[in-house]
Design a protein around this ligand. Structure first.
Ligand SMILES: Nc1nc2c(ncn2[C@@H]2O[C@H](COP(=O)(O)OP(=O)(O)OP(=O)(O)O)[C@@H](O)[C@H]2O)c(=O)[nH]1
Length: 357
């Protein structure tokens, strides 16, 4: 067990599904590598395949936790994964990118467990917020997604208000004000594609209430957490808050299925062959509103290339890629209570039209 030596900084990237965590992760990894550091990554995907791993590339040491959410059923694995990663790769720092459906408090708790046998320094938590998505949910003020987003905002020490290209100036001012009210201690950084001043993002400790010796008004979900620079030494004072959060969100810690969060539905589709690009784009455009995230790798019948597609908050993006290694043609859809059978039927029809089944 690691008793001496330098503490390893642990960065937790929080933020709702599709907000831009992987986009930020890519920037951070390049930045650290350019500065001669070896970063390692723990990736958690609620689906069965790690497509973000394909984006990040093979040269970064990575632990994958698939098919569930860190904060629920597989959180006990996180400390083991961290331990293994640190022992085998000896990285200079570790980034944990949790599924966007995760409650950051519970990830924090899982990291705490690892700090019992590894010397870790938990760095200020970075939350990425999809500005357009937040604006829409703020207008309706309801739903589990909105509450989860609020929890993620309250827990961050750095809040990246991302995708400001998708909102107007007035909404941007409104959203910046909202973030400041929800979390008066965090640094708010507006951005497009998470293009932020990285040294500034990473610099300094947290601005947590404890650092400043202030009260914790407005941080009811994260008030017990010092998100600042410190070596975490088995501090358990946050437990009661975590249990509150669990009850509040109706989380279960056992009986894992693909719907480990009661409100989250996941459908993973493995393609039997290429599909028509126009038909697929139409299928994506017609996705029900309950599907809020989609990503995958597939082949189109009309080109020989493979494409990575991304769908987040009603915006789709296609990128030509050549994945390393053996990556299947697959698509993962995540949302709230959508009809998996219907989606499966539509995708099978696309395959049939292209003559692949
Ligand atoms: N319009 C716009 N799109 C963005 C911006 N930042 C990221 N995106 C796109 O949003 C999609 C999701 O980005 P990711 O970085 O994969 O999001 P994520 O939070 O890692 O997603 P999960 O891992 O599924 O939770 C991608 O298609 C990105 O290219 C932005 O500032 N503006």
């Amino acid at each position: 067990m690691e008793a001496t030596g330098k503490a390893i900084p642990i960065y937790i990237l929080a933020g709702f599904l599709g907000s831009g965590k992987t986009t930020l992760l890519q920037r951070l990894l390049s930045y650290w590598k350019d500065n001669g550091l070896l970063p390692a990554v723990v990736m958690n995907e609620i689906g069965e395949v790690n497509l973000d791993g394909v984006i990040v590339g093979e040269e970064v040491p990575m632990a994958e936790m698939l098919g569930g959410c860190i904060c629920c059923t597989i959180r006990d694995d996180l400390s083991m994964q961290l331990y293994e990663l640190v022992k085998t790769e000896r990285p200079d720092l570790v980034v944990i990118e949790a599924t966007g459906a995760a409650n950051p408090l519970e990830i924090f708790d899982a990291v705490t467990e690892a700090s019992l046998y590894l010397k870790l320094e938990i760095m200020p938590m970075i939350t990425v917020v999809d500005a357009a998505h937040l604006a829409e949910l703020y207008a309706s003020q309801q739903g589990k997604t909105y509450r989860l987003m609020l929890d993620q905002i309250r827990c961050g020490s750095r809040l990246i208000l991302n995708k400001i290209d998708r909102i107007g100036a007035e909404t941007r001012t409104e959203m910046e004000g909202l973030l400041a009210r929800l979390n008066p201690y965090a640094r708010i950084i507006p951005a497009v594609k998470c293009e932020v001043d990285l040294p500034l993002l990473l610099e300094g400790g947290g601005t947590s209430p404890r650092d400043q010796g202030e009260g914790d008004s407005g941080r009811d979900h994260c008030s017990a957490h010092d998100q600042g620079h410190h070596v975490h030494e088995g501090d358990h004072e946050h437990d009661s808050h975590i249990h509150e959060a669990n009850e509040h969100q109706g989380h279960r810690h056992e009986g894992h299925t693909h719907t480990s969060h009661d409100h989250v539905t996941v459908y993973t589709h493995y393609f039997n062959g290429p599909v028509d690009s126009v038909e697929f784009e139409q299928f994506i455009a017609d996705l029900p509103r309950e599907v809020y995230r989609g990503k995958g790798i597939l082949r189109f019948a009309d080109t020989s290339s493979r494409f990575l597609f991304q769908y987040a908050y009603r915006e789709a993006d296609y990128l030509k890629i050549t994945p390393q290694g053996d990556v299947p043609d697959v698509a993962v859809f995540i949302g709230e209570h959508f009809d998996r059978e219907a989606l499966a039927g539509q995708l099978k029809a696309l395959e049939k039209n292209a003559g692949t089944v």
